[in-house]
Write a protein that binds this ligand. Structure first.
Ligand code: NDP
Length: 281
């Protein structure tokens, strides 16, 4: 690193679990860029001051994770259409002092489904969670016109209702449910997405294997551990599994492209995440 090294970072709380520093530094190294990426723990009550600090040190760009993706919008100068659609921001670029926010979780979420050639026609979706990541899922699914309906299940049902209104505004048919009742509907769902933090601390999944339809798709956005209890349950139920690390790579690749204008070295990013062992079986 030199004085001319460009600095990028991720802010969130908790942040120790983040794999973005390793993944983005691997991408910068692979592309031969003089850039570095670090993680800062920023508690919710310090967000405003932290954004001001990033401005004064002229950070080149940053990612935003739990729990700031919605709140951070207040402190930015411009929002890209992706951020406006999701009403959440996970990526910011500093363009000569202007902080411009994007949402790369939208394309990051969809890409692993596209790779599996998923047909969204008439699909019934169960979305667990109503935070920043869940907003990106709703925005992403609104781009698939043929989706049947989305049931949003959250611990705080009022937050689910707020997201359902956002989804309805984007043309989706949304219903809400409390998280504890999610199993009542999960057996009829074609796609189950976990966009809560459940699993990060190895907690049990709110959906048991006997409440998952064989052949349905189970997508856990939690990426650490790679194999969560929900993923285990999905495999047992013979569902199709989408791992959180797949989305992590795609959303990170898109952020890299926004920051550098270069195609992201996805293989280097994947190798950094999965090491020599490769994809889980
Ligand atoms: P937010 O803080 O915005 O939202 C957190 C969500 O988790 C809310 O729905 C919240 O419910 C729920 N939640 C938190 N604790 C509990 C609990 N103990 N029991 C039940 N529900 C709980 O976070 P994000 O939306 O930004 O992130 C959510 C998850 O998605 C994280 O695990 C994050 O790592 C992951 N993620 C992964 C990405 C990837 O690339 N793979 C990209 C983005 C996110 P309530 O509203 O009731 O508080």
């Amino acid at each position: 690193m030199q004085g001319s090294t460009k600095t990028y970072c991720i802010i969130g709380d908790p942040i120790q679990h983040s794999l973005s520093p390793g993944m983005q530094n691997a991408a910068f190294a692979s592309a031969g860029l003089n850039c570095t990426y670090i993680a800062f723990r920023v508690p919710a009550n310090e967000l405003k001051e932290s954004i001001e600090s990033l401005r004064s040190i002229k950070v080149s760009g940053f990612n935003i994770t739990v729990p700031h993706k919605v709140e951070v919008m207040k402190y930015l100068d411009e929002l890209d259409s992706s951020a406006r659609k999701a009403t959440a921001v996970n990526t910011v670029i500093n363009i000569e002092g202007i902080f411009r926010g994007y949402n790369t979780d939208i394309s990051g979420f969809v890409e692993p489904l596209r790779k599996r050639h998923v047909d969204f026609q008439g699909m019934r979706v169960l979305l667990l969670g109503a935070g920043g990541a869940a907003r990106a899922v709703v925005a992403a699914l609104s781009q698939e016109r043929s989706i049947g309906r989305i049931i949003i299940a959250n611990r705080d049902v009022r937050r689910a209702s707020v997201l359902a209104r956002i989804g309805s505004g984007l043309g989706l048919r949304c219903e809400t449910l409390s998280l504890e009742n999610a199993q009542d509907v999960s057996p009829e769902c074609d796609l189950i997405v976990n966009a809560t933090t459940i699993g990060l601390g190895n907690e049990s999944s709110p959906i048991n294997h006997d409440h998952i339809k064989k052949g349905s798709i189970v997508y856990d956005m939690v990426y650490r551990p790679i194999v969560t209890d929900l993923i285990e349950n999905a495999k047992y139920a013979q569902a199709i599994v989408v791992y959180g690390y797949e989305m992590l790579i795609e959303q990170g690749a898109k952020a890299f492209e926004i920051w550098t204008g270069l195609p992201a070295p996805k293989e280097a990013m994947k190798k950094n995440l999965l090491g020599i062992f490769g994809e889980p079986v």
